[in-house]
Design a protein around this ligand. Sequence first.
Ligand SMILES: Nc1ncnc2c1ncn2[C@@H]1O[C@H](COP(=O)(O)OP(=O)(O)OP(=O)(O)O)[C@@H](O)[C@H]1O
Length: 346
Amino acid sequence: MSTEALTLNNVTVDLGRQRILDDIHLDVSPGSFTCLLGPSGCGKTTLLRAIAGFTPLSRGEIRLGRRALTHLPPEKRETAMVFQSYALWPHMSVEENLGYPLKLRGVTRTERRRKVAEMLARLELSGFEERAVTKLSGGQRQRIALGRALIIDPPLLLLDEPLSNLDAAIRRSLRSELRRLQKSLGITTIMVTHDQEEALQMADQIVLMRAGHVVQVSTPQTLYQQPADLGAARFLGVDNTVTRTPQDPMGESGAVTFGFRTRDAHLDAPPCPQALIRKGRVTECVYTGDGYHVLIDTHDAELFATSATPVAPGTFAALQVPESALIPFGPDDRHLPPLDRHEDIA
Ligand SMILES: Nc1ncnc2c1ncn2[C@@H]1O[C@H](COP(=O)(O)OP(=O)(O)OP(=O)(O)O)[C@@H](O)[C@H]1O
């Protein structure tokens, strides 16, 4: 299989009078797995459809390797797409579904059988040839849909929320299966998801989108630890913010907002010299399975923290966040470089 780099330059899409995608630039390296991540309506599916050729560009260009795709119809782009709904032919068997794209390309019956058997082995579904697709589980159907997309050796695989119809356990196991398959084939892959956990677990590169724009392109680790702005941070589970005070950790100048995740704010941690501390009254305490989430009303903000034991509302409590878990943002809400701190923190 040949796999290729994808390049988007200046990609802009207007639908009706509305600008849906605005000046998108993106480089996707060959064989990598990229997730388009963002809230509902931010333009993820439109971008995927534009790459597939189903949505025309108003401006810009799309290249796959040396080929310009921009003006090619979908069937000439040779990209494969898998949707949320499995879109299998219900009246056909597994073998017929998988072999259909080969049949359309004039591949002989013997060769089709060989390729279908090979694909079923890759999907760990050997022996399912004769099975009606209506008699498969949701996870099996989605694997067949994936196999049908891959059987023609496409240079680019496009996935539109392929796991979102499946229940949580199947979804988790299919994530690693899909990633393993993608790596073994080395196929350049772009997947749309609104699920940050899914993107963080699967992607080599995440494209975070908001309102038709790309906010950040980075590895999962960088996106999680250094979100580009406060909006990105909130989308990635940073649910607490505090503004600096004289005794807090701080940068050199200007107002700083620190974001932190609830999981990093502890009520029962041993005191640590370099930490942010906030005190207040507990207003809520809910069980989360692996502990408790506690809401604390401090004098300037309501903050969430974790506790190993339940805490009664009304109790006076102090939360502590280690310095390493604080994400600093400047007055314009943009992420600041890592803290360079010399002073002790109260
Ligand atoms: N055919 C269309 N005509 C006009 N507007 C459209 C059309 N298709 C989508 N939109 C609008 O474009 C915006 C982006 O939609 P899109 O489906 O790409 O978002 P998304 O990020 O994939 O959302 P979701 O996660 O909910 O699927 C939305 O505001 C949507 O209403």
